[in-house]
Structure formats: C-alpha cells, structure tokens
Design a protein around this ligand. Structure first.
Ligand SMILES: *[C@@H]1O[C@H](CO)[C@@H](O)[C@H](O)[C@H]1NC(C)=O
Ligand SMILES: *[C@@H]1O[C@H](CO)[C@@H](O)[C@H](O)[C@H]1NC(C)=O
Ligand SMILES: *[C@@H]1O[C@H](CO)[C@@H](O)[C@H](O)[C@H]1NC(C)=O
Ligand SMILES: *[C@@H]1O[C@H](CO)[C@@H](O)[C@H](O)[C@H]1NC(C)=O
Ligand SMILES: *[C@@H]1O[C@H](CO)[C@@H](O)[C@H](O)[C@H]1NC(C)=O
Ligand SMILES: *[C@@H]1O[C@H](CO)[C@@H](O)[C@H](O)[C@H]1NC(C)=O
Ligand SMILES: *[C@@H]1O[C@H](CO)[C@@H](O)[C@H](O)[C@H]1NC(C)=O
Ligand SMILES: *[C@@H]1O[C@H](CO)[C@@H](O)[C@H](O)[C@H]1NC(C)=O
Length: 564
C-alpha cells in the first residue's frame, strides 16, 4: 500500500518497460436530487417534478457496469418520500438503481431508474440490506446487491418496460450446521463477488475464534432453490491451504522460513476478467507493506492479465512510517497485520485514490520507479474538483465491459475525521445540496484490453503461533539479514499485541532497524518509550502514544496524528 510497495511478481520483471500515461477524462454522474431534510414528504414535486424520489446526502454505493457499458448500478438511500398511497411513496429506503453514463435518459427524462422501489413484499421474502457491492450478471436481467439477487424476469435491468411487480429479490444463503436445511439466514456472508462464469460466487466470512476476529475466503456455486425462493450456495470451498494455516511462514523446529510463493488468502476481493484467478489481499511479503495477490483457481498459480485498477493510499505517504523501510521480513506481521492494515483509513475517511497499473505492478524500471498512473491525477484539486484530496474513493472501482470506462465513488471527509478537535481542518462542502458521496466516471480516451480488479481493502486474519523462531535471510549468514546480498537489514523490532475486544487491539511496538543498499539507506525507529497504538479493525480510528518514524535517504515519514 505504501509508495515503495513491490508486488511479489515485480522483481522478476524489474526492467519491463513502463507504459506511457493514458489520456483520461473524468466526469461526475447525475444522481436524483439530494436532500438534507429526510422528513416524510420533503421530496416535493418542486424538488423532483418527475416524482421519482430524492436521496440522502450520505447513503450511496456505486457498483458495476451493466453489460452494455452504458449504465452503472448503485445502491442509494431514498429519503423524504410522501406517505402512501401517493405513487411517489415507493421511493424510500435503501434501493438498487441504475444511472446512465452516456448522457442519455430513460423515457421519463431521468438519467436514473430505481429497480427495487415498489417491489411487493411477496416478491422479496427473506431479502436483506441491499447496500453492499451492487454488481450485474452478464445476462443483463439480474444483479446482486448485499446478499441478494435481484431478478427482472425476462427484462433487461436497463429497459423501460418492466414494473415493480415483475421484480424479485431473492436472498443468498450458505447453510451452517445449526440450520443446515432450514429456512434461517445461514452463515453471515460479506464482500460477495460474482465469478465471470456467472454461476460461482466468491465471498468472505468473519470468524470469531476465542477473543479475536479472523477472516476466511470462500468459493462456491449458486443454485436457485425454487421451493425456498432463494439462492443456495453449494459445493463450497474454504480458500485455505489445509496443510499449514500459517503459510507463507513455515515453522521447522526453532527456524521459521518465509515462502514468498506460499498461499495465505486473507480477504477475497474478486476475480480476473477471464475468471481464472482469484484476487485477494494476503499476508505481506515485506513487513507492514500490504499487497494484493492473484492466484489461479485450479492451479494455485498466477499468470498474466494485462491491466488493473487499484484503490490505494500510495500518493499520501500515510503508511510510510510503517512500511518505507525495505526488505524487513514479515515476522511481526503475525501479530500486527490487521492493525497495520487498518491505519489506511481514519474512521469514515479513506485515503484511497484510483490508480491504473499494468500487469507487472510497481517496479524499478530503467527509467526510475513505476507506481502506475493516478486515474484522476490530472483533475483539479480545488474544492469539489475531480482530484480534490477531501474526496476519497470507496472500495471497488469497476471496468466497463468494453474496457473504455472505470467507475468509482468518492466520499467527502467530514467531522470527526477532520475539524473541531482534529488538527486537520475540514473543507466546506462544495455542493449546494450538501452531498457527501458522488459517482465518478473515468473515460479512457484510447481503448485497450480489459482487466478488472476490484479495489483493495485489508484482511485482519492474524496467524498467531507461540514460540521463539529464527528466520535467516536467503543470501545472508548468521550475522546479518539479506535476501539479495545487496540490501542489508540490521537491528531489532519487538511487538506485543493485546486484544482489548474482538476487533480492538493494542500494539506495544519497539523498533530500531537500519537498512543499507540500493533499495534505500534508512532507519525505522520508535521513540525511547516505544510506540503504542490502538486500532479497531472495523472503525479504523488511529490512536497512538510515542512515535514511529521511518527515514529513507533524506525523506522522513511520520505516523498520522491521533484521529487524523
Ligand atoms: C422538512 O420537510 C418537511 C416536509 O415537507 C417540512 O414540513 C419541514 O418544514 C422541512 N424542514 C426543513 C428544516 O426544511
Ligand atoms: C456528457 O456530457 C458532458 C458535458 O457536456 C461531457 O463532458 C461528457 O464527456 C459527456 N459524456 C459522455 C459519455 O458522452
Ligand atoms: C438435510 O437434508 C438431507 C436430505 O434430505 C438429510 O439427509 C440430512 O440429514 C439433513 N440434515 C440436517 C442437519 O437436518
Ligand atoms: C430449498 O429451500 C427449502 C426451504 O424452503 C429447504 O427445505 C431445502 O432443503 C432447500 N433445498 C436445497 C437443495 O437446499
Ligand atoms: C456438487 O458436487 C457434486 C460432487 O462433486 C456434484 O455431483 C454436483 O453436481 C455438484 N453440484 C453442483 C450444483 O455443481
Ligand atoms: C528442518 O530443519 C532441519 C535442520 O536444520 C533440516 O535438516 C530440514 O531439511 C528442515 N526441513 C524442512 C522441511 O525445511
Ligand atoms: C519486548 O517488549 C516488551 C515490552 O512490550 C518487553 O517486556 C520485552 O522484554 C521486549 N523483548 C525484547 C526481546 O526486547
Ligand atoms: C496513551 O496514554 C494515555 C495516558 O497514559 C492512556 O490513557 C492511553 O490508553 C494510551 N493510549 C495508547 C494507545 O497507548
């Protein structure tokens, strides 16, 4: 995640040529009127003459393109609807809707259309919250949102010709032992992704083992259950290597060996466009430097696809105090991976921006470092501009199937992530309607082959094994650590973790590391009293005493201030 991140495949491709920057145009997609007043009836005919609803300032998630590359799915919270039996009363609550991306409109003149507004209760028995990760099936008639499948019968989702009573919302269910064949909700699923074959599903589950939280990824098959009016997930695999749950570290007596080819799926984030690879955030290759990995579904190996879009903090230097010192083996990460990964956000404020990367990822090329191209990097940084740093992206940018567009959504930084007691000032909201979420469309003005990579979020599965172990550098001797005979690491680092709740950890961290070599001459040091930080992996509010500072050549990277 840090600017010096190296994907594990990159070393082999160190001199692969760097692509020229792509010309990219960014526009903001039209949305229904945004209302601060959420009272019944506040969405009046004056505000929306078409009587097709108003949305809240905050509740919005952008999703995937429809197969035609001209519509984007999103979920929004409709507010201010009049009471029934007014026909506009159906525009209320969290709903799935579509937005046109080509400046055309539906027959009523709107640029958007609600899909699930007004669906009769009998057509959505057992349905749950639709907010998360709206995505389409390639037949264009079905979508997934939250843990539900929305089905328009024979109609295309984007057509003008269906009515709400023709729409069904079916829950998705994975049996658990407590309720194996029954009608209960089954296992709680998150981060669902439709596989490109349209019948398989990838997803994650949280595991609460003892006092701590872990996460596992799954791959299963969707099967419609006509009796239960639901989709069952059948023939499911858990994506862990059965022989060694602590991979990619192998323990052999008192020795620990890091296997960079080892598989440790943390959080499943999606699939390559051809469906052959699972993409996931896994155990880091270098300490505190969180990476995205790809693995072949059947082979367990990775191979080439061409392009990716990632959401990353890389232009902010936010993570550099933890990760800028290179070639630190990922040992303390057994305890700290969840905590370190959580520093990327400040509560609701994310520091993600969308980046376009070629297949080989970050690397040291003949002409210097390649970190990809910030998709909105040429945009204006003034308030409300397409590159305004106060607008940060949500997870999961999406490629259009034609490879010409990327859609992503952005959220505005608001108190307490800035302002009042926080030393980071807030920006005045640049929108008259006070919207805090917006959907952005990037158009790649020269077309290319498609590779779609959902954005990065970080797993928190800790791999804790008690004991004292030694890890030897692969090119070093017993006295100094080096993996390549050119970059050397010296010193010590000591972390103790205390679980304060299932998701809240305290880290007591002492570092005094120094590196030399072409990857950078530097140090990673904590203050004499140590660096003590707390973070909750679900709320991401950074709170620390003491300091951790990484210095590389003449660049000094410090931790964010508390609450910043
Ligand atoms: C909010 O909308 C309701 C219903 O239209 C209206 O009665 C009320 O005055 C509005 N409140 C504000 C603060 O505008
Ligand atoms: C839509 O219209 C805007 C404003 O005229 C323009 O900047 C944008 O390029 C158009 N988008 C598409 C996809 O044609
Ligand atoms: C579930 O149903 C199958 C097939 O009817 C049956 O064999 C099995 O015992 C049932 N399992 C439970 C836990 O009830
Ligand atoms: C289909 O759903 C019903 C509940 O309505 C359940 O009893 C049945 O076992 C399910 N079928 C399969 C194959 O899981
Ligand atoms: C599930 O796996 C079994 C055994 O491999 C197979 O017979 C069955 O067809 C599979 N079901 C689905 C829906 O793929
Ligand atoms: C474990 O360590 C012993 C002693 O160093 C060595 O002989 C053996 O090959 C190692 N085993 C593995 C699987 O690495
Ligand atoms: C590691 O730090 C703890 C305090 O958090 C201290 O008690 C312990 O002695 C340290 N261990 C080493 C090997 O420095
Ligand atoms: C920081 O120090 C204060 C005062 O001793 C203490 O209340 C707080 O828990 C500490 N926070 C962390 C993250 O160590």
């Amino acid at each position: 995640m840090a600017a010096l991140l190296l994907l594990c495949t990159a070393a082999k491709q160190a001199t692969a040529p760097v692509p020229s920057p792509e010309p990219i145009a960014i526009t903001e997609l039209p949305l229904p009127p945004v209302l601060a007043n959420t009272s019944v009836g506040a969405c009046t005919k004056i505000i929306n003459p078409h009587r097709t609803g108003c949305i809240s300032q905050t509740g919005l998630f952008a999703g995937s393109f429809l197969p035609d590359s001209k519509h984007v799915l999103a979920t929004v919270e409709f507010v201010g609807a009049p009471a029934a039996p007014d026909p506009a009363s159906i525009y209320t609550g969290v709903q799935l809707f579509i937005v046109k991306t080509d400046n055309t409109t539906f027959h009523n003149g709107d640029s958007w259309k609600c899909i699930t507004c007004g669906v009769p209760a009998a057509n959505q028995v057992g349905a749950t919250d639709l907010s998360a990760y709206p995505q389409t099936f390639l037949d264009g008639t079905r979508a997934m949102a939250g843990t539900n499948i929305i089905d328009c019968g024979k109609h295309l989702l984007a057509s003008d010709s269906y009515t709400p009573d023709q729409v069904h919302v079916y829950p998705i269910r994975l049996s658990n032992t407590a309720d194996y064949n029954g009608t209960g909700t089954g296992t709680a699923l998150r981060e669902l992704r439709i596989h490109p074959d349209q019948v398989h599903l990838g997803f994650d589950t949280f595991v609460f083992s003892g006092a701590s939280i872990g996460e596992y990824s799954y791959f299963g098959r969707l099967q419609f259950n006509q009796t239960g009016l639901r989709y069952d997930v059948v023939n499911t695999s858990i994506l862990v290597a059965s022989t060694n749950s602590a991979a990619p570290l192998r323990f052999n007596g008192s020795e620990v060996v890091f296997d960079p080819e080892g598989i440790a799926v943390g959080e499943l984030r999606g699939f390559s466009s051809d469906g052959s690879e699972i993409l996931y955030v896994g155990y880091p290759v270098e300490s505190c430097n969180i990476d995205l990995f790809a693995i072949g579904i059947t082979s367990g190996k990775s191979y080439d696809n061409k392009w990716q879009v990632v959401l990353d903090t890389r232009d902010t230097n936010r993570m550099m105090f933890l990760s800028a010192l290179r070639s630190v083996p990922p040992m303390t990460d057994l305890l700290t991976v969840g905590g370190a990964a959580s520093v990327r956000n400040n509560g609701a404020r994310r520091f993600f921006r969308p980046w376009l990367l070629d297949h080989d990822g970050d690397r040291d090329s003949r002409n210097g470092w390649y970190f990809g191209q910030q998709i909105n990097g040429d945009g204006t940084t003034t308030p409300g501009g397409t590159n305004d740093p106060y607008w940060n992206a949500g997870a999961n940018p999406r490629w259009s199937p034609d490879g010409r567009h990327v859609v992503y959504y952005e959220m505005f930084a608001v108190s307490p992530a800035c302002g009042s007691a926080n030393t980071l000032p807030c920006e005045a909201n640049p929108y008259v309607d006070g919207r805090q979420v917006r959907i952005m469309l990037a158009t790649l003005t020269s077309p290319w082959a498609t590779k779609y990579t959902p954005g990065m979020t970080i797993s928190s599965s800790a791999l804790a094994v008690g004991g004292d172990y030694t890890l030897y550098g692969t090119a070093g001797d017993m006295t100094i650590f080096t993996n390549d005979g050119a970059n050397f690491l010296n010193g010590h680092e000591n972390v103790t973790t205390h679980l304060l709740s299932t998701t809240l950890s305290q880290f007591d961290w002492y570092s005094d590391l120094a590196s030399t070599g072409p990857a950078g001459v530097g140090t990673k040091k904590t203050s004499a009293d140590g660096f003590h930080f707390q973070i909750d992996v679900l709320t991401n509010e950074f709170e620390a005493n003491g300091t951790m500072t990484t210095v590389i050549d003449d660049m000094v990277f410090e931790q964010p201030c508390n609450g910043c």
